[in-house]
Design a protein around this ligand. Structure first.
Ligand code: ADP
Length: 353
Protein backbone atom coordinates (compact mmCIF):
# COMPACT_ATOMS: atom_id res chain seq x y z
CA UNK A 1 0.00 0.00 0.00
CA UNK A 2 1.14 3.53 -0.72
CA UNK A 3 2.52 5.26 2.35
CA UNK A 4 2.10 8.89 1.40
CA UNK A 5 -1.29 9.63 -0.07
CA UNK A 6 -2.45 12.96 -1.47
CA UNK A 7 -6.18 13.08 -2.12
CA UNK A 8 -8.06 15.82 -4.00
CA UNK A 9 -5.66 18.43 -2.65
CA UNK A 10 -6.35 22.09 -3.44
CA UNK A 11 -4.34 25.11 -2.42
CA UNK A 12 -5.81 28.59 -2.59
CA UNK A 13 -3.50 31.32 -1.30
CA UNK A 14 -4.97 34.04 0.95
CA UNK A 15 -4.99 36.46 -2.01
CA UNK A 16 -7.37 34.07 -3.79
CA UNK A 17 -4.83 32.53 -6.18
CA UNK A 18 -5.73 28.90 -6.81
CA UNK A 19 -2.25 27.35 -7.02
CA UNK A 20 -3.09 23.63 -6.90
CA UNK A 21 -6.15 21.91 -8.37
CA UNK A 22 -7.37 18.47 -7.26
CA UNK A 23 -3.99 16.85 -6.82
CA UNK A 24 -4.11 13.06 -6.42
CA UNK A 25 -0.91 11.11 -5.90
CA UNK A 26 0.15 7.95 -4.06
CA UNK A 27 3.81 7.64 -3.17
CA UNK A 28 5.15 4.19 -2.37
CA UNK A 29 7.74 3.43 0.26
CA UNK A 30 11.23 3.97 -1.09
CA UNK A 31 10.06 5.73 -4.25
CA UNK A 32 11.91 8.65 -5.86
CA UNK A 33 9.27 11.08 -7.13
CA UNK A 34 10.16 14.20 -9.12
CA UNK A 35 7.77 17.15 -9.53
CA UNK A 36 8.66 18.91 -12.75
CA UNK A 37 7.18 21.80 -14.70
CA UNK A 38 7.88 25.38 -15.69
CA UNK A 39 8.32 28.14 -13.14
CA UNK A 40 5.04 28.98 -11.38
CA UNK A 41 3.31 25.64 -12.08
CA UNK A 42 2.93 24.87 -8.35
CA UNK A 43 5.83 22.47 -7.67
CA UNK A 44 7.13 24.25 -4.58
CA UNK A 45 3.62 24.87 -3.29
CA UNK A 46 2.89 21.14 -3.47
CA UNK A 47 6.15 20.28 -1.75
CA UNK A 48 5.53 22.88 0.95
CA UNK A 49 2.03 21.59 1.67
CA UNK A 50 3.56 18.12 2.18
CA UNK A 51 6.17 19.61 4.53
CA UNK A 52 3.43 21.48 6.38
CA UNK A 53 4.88 24.90 5.53
CA UNK A 54 1.65 25.77 3.70
CA UNK A 55 -1.91 24.97 4.78
CA UNK A 56 -4.01 22.65 2.68
CA UNK A 57 -7.17 24.46 1.52
CA UNK A 58 -9.11 21.28 0.82
CA UNK A 59 -8.31 17.60 0.40
CA UNK A 60 -6.20 15.25 2.48
CA UNK A 61 -2.61 14.29 3.05
CA UNK A 62 -1.82 10.97 4.74
CA UNK A 63 1.42 9.37 5.76
CA UNK A 64 1.28 5.80 7.07
CA UNK A 65 -2.49 6.12 7.35
CA UNK A 66 -2.22 9.19 9.56
CA UNK A 67 -3.98 12.37 8.41
CA UNK A 68 -1.35 15.11 8.38
CA UNK A 69 -3.45 18.14 7.40
CA UNK A 70 -3.25 19.69 10.84
CA UNK A 71 0.02 18.21 12.03
CA UNK A 72 2.81 20.69 12.74
CA UNK A 73 5.81 20.59 10.32
CA UNK A 74 8.15 19.58 13.12
CA UNK A 75 5.95 16.63 14.01
CA UNK A 76 5.88 15.29 10.45
CA UNK A 77 8.44 12.62 9.64
CA UNK A 78 9.92 14.70 6.83
CA UNK A 79 13.16 16.63 6.22
CA UNK A 80 13.57 19.30 3.58
CA UNK A 81 16.63 20.43 1.63
CA UNK A 82 16.40 23.89 0.08
CA UNK A 83 18.05 25.53 -2.89
CA UNK A 84 19.84 28.12 -0.76
CA UNK A 85 21.25 25.53 1.70
CA UNK A 86 19.97 27.55 4.71
CA UNK A 87 23.05 26.68 6.81
CA UNK A 88 23.67 28.59 10.01
CA UNK A 89 26.74 30.72 9.19
CA UNK A 90 27.98 31.10 12.76
CA UNK A 91 27.97 27.34 13.41
CA UNK A 92 30.55 24.79 12.33
CA UNK A 93 29.56 21.98 9.97
CA UNK A 94 29.26 19.63 12.97
CA UNK A 95 27.02 22.08 14.85
CA UNK A 96 24.88 22.55 11.75
CA UNK A 97 24.44 18.79 11.51
CA UNK A 98 23.65 18.45 15.22
CA UNK A 99 21.24 21.34 15.49
CA UNK A 100 17.92 19.71 14.68
CA UNK A 101 18.76 16.73 16.91
CA UNK A 102 19.71 18.95 19.83
CA UNK A 103 16.45 20.86 19.72
CA UNK A 104 14.65 17.52 19.69
CA UNK A 105 16.66 16.65 22.81
CA UNK A 106 18.35 13.54 21.47
CA UNK A 107 20.93 11.82 23.64
CA UNK A 108 24.48 13.08 23.05
CA UNK A 109 25.75 9.62 22.09
CA UNK A 110 22.95 9.16 19.55
CA UNK A 111 23.66 12.62 18.11
CA UNK A 112 27.32 11.73 17.65
CA UNK A 113 26.49 8.46 15.96
CA UNK A 114 24.03 10.04 13.55
CA UNK A 115 26.35 12.93 12.69
CA UNK A 116 29.28 10.59 12.08
CA UNK A 117 27.20 8.31 9.90
CA UNK A 118 25.90 11.22 7.79
CA UNK A 119 29.42 12.68 7.52
CA UNK A 120 30.69 9.32 6.36
CA UNK A 121 27.94 8.82 3.75
CA UNK A 122 28.58 12.30 2.34
CA UNK A 123 32.37 12.18 2.74
CA UNK A 124 32.52 15.40 4.75
CA UNK A 125 34.29 14.03 7.85
CA UNK A 126 37.28 16.30 7.26
CA UNK A 127 35.09 19.37 7.13
CA UNK A 128 33.26 19.03 10.45
CA UNK A 129 35.13 21.87 12.17
CA UNK A 130 34.79 24.38 9.32
CA UNK A 131 32.26 27.18 9.10
CA UNK A 132 30.01 27.30 6.00
CA UNK A 133 31.87 30.28 4.53
CA UNK A 134 34.99 28.14 4.27
CA UNK A 135 33.20 25.58 2.08
CA UNK A 136 32.66 25.35 -1.67
CA UNK A 137 29.12 25.35 -3.11
CA UNK A 138 29.15 21.57 -3.49
CA UNK A 139 30.41 21.04 0.07
CA UNK A 140 27.70 23.35 1.45
CA UNK A 141 25.09 21.43 -0.45
CA UNK A 142 26.44 18.21 1.06
CA UNK A 143 26.17 19.66 4.56
CA UNK A 144 22.58 20.68 3.78
CA UNK A 145 21.92 17.08 2.72
CA UNK A 146 23.63 15.87 5.89
CA UNK A 147 21.31 17.95 8.04
CA UNK A 148 18.37 16.17 6.46
CA UNK A 149 20.02 12.72 6.71
CA UNK A 150 20.64 12.94 10.47
CA UNK A 151 16.91 13.36 10.97
CA UNK A 152 16.40 9.91 9.47
CA UNK A 153 13.07 10.97 8.00
CA UNK A 154 10.47 8.80 6.32
CA UNK A 155 10.26 11.32 3.51
CA UNK A 156 12.96 13.59 2.07
CA UNK A 157 11.79 16.76 0.35
CA UNK A 158 14.14 18.58 -2.03
CA UNK A 159 13.32 22.01 -3.41
CA UNK A 160 15.56 22.59 -6.47
CA UNK A 161 18.62 21.74 -4.37
CA UNK A 162 21.13 21.90 -7.22
CA UNK A 163 20.08 24.98 -9.11
CA UNK A 164 22.78 27.19 -7.54
CA UNK A 165 25.58 24.90 -8.65
CA UNK A 166 27.53 25.00 -11.90
CA UNK A 167 26.76 22.38 -14.56
CA UNK A 168 29.61 20.02 -13.72
CA UNK A 169 28.96 20.03 -9.99
CA UNK A 170 25.24 19.66 -10.63
CA UNK A 171 25.80 16.46 -12.51
CA UNK A 172 28.10 15.00 -9.83
CA UNK A 173 25.67 15.98 -7.03
CA UNK A 174 22.88 14.42 -9.06
CA UNK A 175 24.78 11.15 -8.98
CA UNK A 176 25.30 11.52 -5.22
CA UNK A 177 21.62 12.07 -4.58
CA UNK A 178 20.78 9.00 -6.66
CA UNK A 179 23.28 7.01 -4.58
CA UNK A 180 21.84 8.44 -1.37
CA UNK A 181 18.40 7.32 -2.48
CA UNK A 182 19.70 3.82 -3.22
CA UNK A 183 21.05 3.65 0.34
CA UNK A 184 18.03 5.13 2.03
CA UNK A 185 15.37 3.24 0.17
CA UNK A 186 16.55 0.12 2.00
CA UNK A 187 14.84 1.72 5.02
CA UNK A 188 11.79 2.57 2.90
CA UNK A 189 12.66 6.28 2.85
CA UNK A 190 11.00 8.08 -0.05
CA UNK A 191 12.29 11.13 -1.90
CA UNK A 192 10.28 13.95 -3.43
CA UNK A 193 12.36 16.25 -5.57
CA UNK A 194 11.25 19.50 -7.19
CA UNK A 195 12.96 20.76 -10.31
CA UNK A 196 12.26 22.68 -13.51
CA UNK A 197 15.12 20.76 -15.12
CA UNK A 198 13.85 17.89 -17.25
CA UNK A 199 17.26 16.22 -17.26
CA UNK A 200 17.19 15.95 -13.46
CA UNK A 201 13.66 14.58 -13.70
CA UNK A 202 14.60 12.00 -16.34
CA UNK A 203 17.79 10.82 -14.68
CA UNK A 204 16.67 10.66 -11.06
CA UNK A 205 13.00 9.75 -10.87
CA UNK A 206 11.27 6.43 -10.42
CA UNK A 207 8.17 8.38 -11.38
CA UNK A 208 7.80 11.90 -12.71
CA UNK A 209 4.82 14.14 -11.96
CA UNK A 210 4.45 16.80 -14.67
CA UNK A 211 2.63 19.92 -13.49
CA UNK A 212 1.21 22.86 -15.39
CA UNK A 213 -0.72 25.81 -13.95
CA UNK A 214 -1.48 23.86 -10.76
CA UNK A 215 -2.83 20.77 -12.55
CA UNK A 216 -1.13 17.38 -12.84
CA UNK A 217 -0.66 16.67 -16.53
CA UNK A 218 0.77 13.18 -16.27
CA UNK A 219 2.36 10.79 -13.78
CA UNK A 220 4.67 8.06 -15.03
CA UNK A 221 8.15 6.58 -15.21
CA UNK A 222 10.67 8.61 -17.23
CA UNK A 223 10.23 6.11 -20.08
CA UNK A 224 6.42 6.41 -20.02
CA UNK A 225 6.56 10.19 -19.96
CA UNK A 226 9.04 10.34 -22.83
CA UNK A 227 7.62 7.56 -25.00
CA UNK A 228 3.97 8.02 -24.27
CA UNK A 229 3.15 11.67 -23.51
CA UNK A 230 -0.55 12.26 -22.88
CA UNK A 231 -0.71 15.72 -24.36
CA UNK A 232 1.19 18.34 -26.28
CA UNK A 233 2.48 20.05 -23.14
CA UNK A 234 4.12 16.91 -21.72
CA UNK A 235 5.54 16.00 -25.14
CA UNK A 236 7.09 19.43 -25.51
CA UNK A 237 8.36 19.76 -21.94
CA UNK A 238 10.37 16.53 -21.86
CA UNK A 239 13.09 15.86 -24.44
CA UNK A 240 16.18 17.79 -25.47
CA UNK A 241 16.05 19.25 -28.12
CA UNK A 242 12.27 19.49 -27.87
CA UNK A 243 9.94 17.38 -29.94
CA UNK A 244 9.03 18.88 -33.36
CA UNK A 245 5.45 19.82 -34.15
CA UNK A 246 4.39 19.84 -37.79
CA UNK A 247 1.18 21.29 -39.13
CA UNK A 248 -1.04 19.04 -41.22
CA UNK A 249 -3.77 19.27 -43.82
CA UNK A 250 -6.23 16.76 -45.22
CA UNK A 251 -5.85 16.30 -48.99
CA UNK A 252 -7.83 13.64 -50.90
CA UNK A 253 -8.78 12.00 -47.59
CA UNK A 254 -5.12 11.69 -46.59
CA UNK A 255 -3.51 13.40 -43.61
CA UNK A 256 -0.36 14.99 -44.95
CA UNK A 257 2.32 17.31 -43.61
CA UNK A 258 1.27 20.77 -44.66
CA UNK A 259 3.06 22.05 -47.74
CA UNK A 260 4.40 18.61 -48.70
CA UNK A 261 3.18 15.43 -50.35
CA UNK A 262 4.14 13.33 -47.35
CA UNK A 263 1.21 11.17 -46.33
CA UNK A 264 1.11 10.33 -42.62
CA UNK A 265 -2.25 8.52 -42.62
CA UNK A 266 -4.09 7.25 -45.69
CA UNK A 267 -7.87 7.46 -45.79
CA UNK A 268 -7.87 9.65 -42.68
CA UNK A 269 -11.04 9.77 -40.57
CA UNK A 270 -9.92 11.60 -37.43
CA UNK A 271 -10.45 15.22 -36.39
CA UNK A 272 -9.14 18.19 -38.35
CA UNK A 273 -6.51 20.54 -36.95
CA UNK A 274 -3.92 17.95 -36.07
CA UNK A 275 -0.32 18.56 -35.13
CA UNK A 276 2.20 15.84 -35.74
CA UNK A 277 4.95 15.33 -33.19
CA UNK A 278 8.27 13.76 -34.09
CA UNK A 279 11.27 13.56 -31.78
CA UNK A 280 14.54 14.88 -33.27
CA UNK A 281 16.24 11.51 -32.83
CA UNK A 282 13.53 9.71 -34.80
CA UNK A 283 14.42 11.49 -38.01
CA UNK A 284 16.64 9.57 -40.41
CA UNK A 285 18.61 10.51 -43.48
CA UNK A 286 17.40 9.47 -46.92
CA UNK A 287 13.75 9.59 -47.91
CA UNK A 288 10.99 11.57 -49.55
CA UNK A 289 10.85 14.63 -47.25
CA UNK A 290 12.87 17.70 -48.14
CA UNK A 291 14.37 19.65 -45.27
CA UNK A 292 16.03 23.01 -45.90
CA UNK A 293 18.94 23.35 -43.45
CA UNK A 294 19.34 26.66 -41.59
CA UNK A 295 22.21 25.80 -39.24
CA UNK A 296 23.83 22.94 -37.35
CA UNK A 297 25.12 22.43 -33.84
CA UNK A 298 27.76 19.80 -33.10
CA UNK A 299 27.25 18.24 -29.67
CA UNK A 300 30.13 15.75 -29.89
CA UNK A 301 28.99 12.37 -31.09
CA UNK A 302 25.71 13.90 -32.25
CA UNK A 303 24.74 16.85 -34.38
CA UNK A 304 21.55 18.90 -34.24
CA UNK A 305 20.42 20.09 -37.65
CA UNK A 306 17.92 22.97 -37.62
CA UNK A 307 15.81 23.85 -40.63
CA UNK A 308 12.40 23.77 -42.23
CA UNK A 309 10.04 21.37 -43.93
CA UNK A 310 7.84 23.66 -46.05
CA UNK A 311 6.80 26.28 -43.41
CA UNK A 312 7.33 23.97 -40.43
CA UNK A 313 10.42 24.48 -38.30
CA UNK A 314 12.22 21.25 -37.50
CA UNK A 315 15.30 19.99 -35.74
CA UNK A 316 16.88 16.60 -36.41
CA UNK A 317 19.47 14.85 -34.26
CA UNK A 318 21.90 12.97 -36.43
CA UNK A 319 25.21 11.25 -35.90
CA UNK A 320 27.96 13.86 -35.57
CA UNK A 321 29.99 12.42 -38.45
CA UNK A 322 27.44 13.49 -41.12
CA UNK A 323 28.53 16.57 -43.03
CA UNK A 324 25.62 18.96 -43.40
CA UNK A 325 25.83 22.45 -44.88
CA UNK A 326 23.74 25.55 -44.36
CA UNK A 327 21.12 26.03 -47.11
CA UNK A 328 21.54 22.41 -48.19
CA UNK A 329 18.40 20.41 -48.89
CA UNK A 330 18.46 17.20 -46.88
CA UNK A 331 16.31 14.26 -47.84
CA UNK A 332 14.91 12.74 -44.68
CA UNK A 333 12.29 10.29 -43.51
CA UNK A 334 10.28 9.51 -40.40
CA UNK A 335 9.58 6.19 -38.87
CA UNK A 336 5.77 6.27 -38.98
CA UNK A 337 5.61 4.30 -35.72
CA UNK A 338 7.32 7.20 -33.93
CA UNK A 339 4.88 9.89 -35.01
CA UNK A 340 2.57 11.36 -32.37
CA UNK A 341 -0.71 13.07 -33.17
CA UNK A 342 -2.18 15.93 -31.15
CA UNK A 343 -5.46 17.78 -31.37
CA UNK A 344 -4.50 21.39 -32.00
CA UNK A 345 -7.66 22.68 -30.25
CA UNK A 346 -7.42 20.96 -26.86
CA UNK A 347 -3.77 19.80 -27.11
CA UNK A 348 -4.71 16.23 -26.20
CA UNK A 349 -3.03 13.26 -27.83
CA UNK A 350 -5.01 11.49 -30.53
CA UNK A 351 -4.59 7.73 -30.62
CA UNK A 352 -5.12 5.63 -33.74
CA UNK A 353 -5.33 1.85 -33.78
P1 ADP B 1 6.95 26.69 -8.86
O1 ADP B 1 7.59 26.10 -7.66
O2 ADP B 1 6.41 25.65 -9.79
O3 ADP B 1 7.80 27.69 -9.57
P2 ADP B 1 5.16 27.90 -6.93
O4 ADP B 1 4.59 26.72 -6.26
O5 ADP B 1 6.23 28.65 -6.21
O6 ADP B 1 5.64 27.50 -8.40
O7 ADP B 1 3.99 28.92 -7.26
C1 ADP B 1 2.80 28.51 -7.92
C2 ADP B 1 1.92 29.73 -8.13
O8 ADP B 1 1.46 30.21 -6.86
C3 ADP B 1 2.65 30.89 -8.78
O9 ADP B 1 1.78 31.50 -9.70
C4 ADP B 1 2.97 31.81 -7.62
O10 ADP B 1 3.00 33.15 -8.05
C5 ADP B 1 1.79 31.56 -6.70
N1 ADP B 1 2.18 31.78 -5.28
C6 ADP B 1 3.22 31.24 -4.62
N2 ADP B 1 3.25 31.66 -3.34
C7 ADP B 1 2.21 32.49 -3.18
C8 ADP B 1 1.67 33.24 -2.09
N3 ADP B 1 2.25 33.21 -0.87
N4 ADP B 1 0.56 33.99 -2.33
C9 ADP B 1 -0.04 34.01 -3.53
N5 ADP B 1 0.40 33.32 -4.59
C10 ADP B 1 1.50 32.57 -4.45
Amino acid sequence: MAKTIIKNLNKVYPNGYHALHDINLNIEDGEFIVFVGPSGCGKSTLLRTIAGLEDISSGELYMDDKLLNNVDPKDRDVAMVFQDYALYPHMSVKENLEFSLKIRKYDKKVINEKVNKAAQILEIKDLLKRKPKALSGGQRQRVALGRAIVRDPKLFLFDEPLSNLDAKLRSSMRAEIIKLHQDMKKNNTSFIYVTHDQIEAMTMADRIVVLRDGYIQQIGSPEQIYDNPKNLFVASFIGQPSINFLDTEIVDKNLIIKGTNYICIKDYKGPENVLIGIRPDQIKLGGPIEMMVSFTELLGSEKCVYGKIADNKIVAKLEGKHRVNTNEILNIDFNKQSLYYFNKENEERIYFD
